[in-house]
Design a protein. Sequence first.
Length: 153
Amino acid sequence: METSSTLIGLFILVLFMGPIIYVIIKSSSTEKKLKKGLQSLSSQNGVSINTSEVIGNTLIGLDENVHKLVFSYKNKLTDAFKTVDLNTLQECRVSTYKERKQPVSRVALELKGSATTDEIIFYEENDDSSPVTDVEVCLNRANYWEKMIKQQM
């Protein structure tokens, strides 16, 4: 009786854990492919990424040697790819948008230079193409990248 109960318990455990493990493996392989794509686009533009991260729909990378930041978005990796020279930046700050008595609906990183202003969107509530990400996690990661960029400016 004990062996059959143990086998049934193990079978049920595998039955429920199998899909979860599959999703974790699939998402980590997708993230690796995206980082390789960003690395490839960066190297074509003369940038060698030291640090990179995928946050929601955003891919961001930093080359600490030449002080350049690269970013793009998952659904349009090559079309939205952009390189920012951190030596030309005047200001870097995290911006959030919140309507009255509503939770934060947008988290972005604003990069202001003498000629251009770029915005890297980490979280947007109404973006259906973005995977489900917690706004607090995105805000935390935006603050981290703000610190990293300010050290390189």
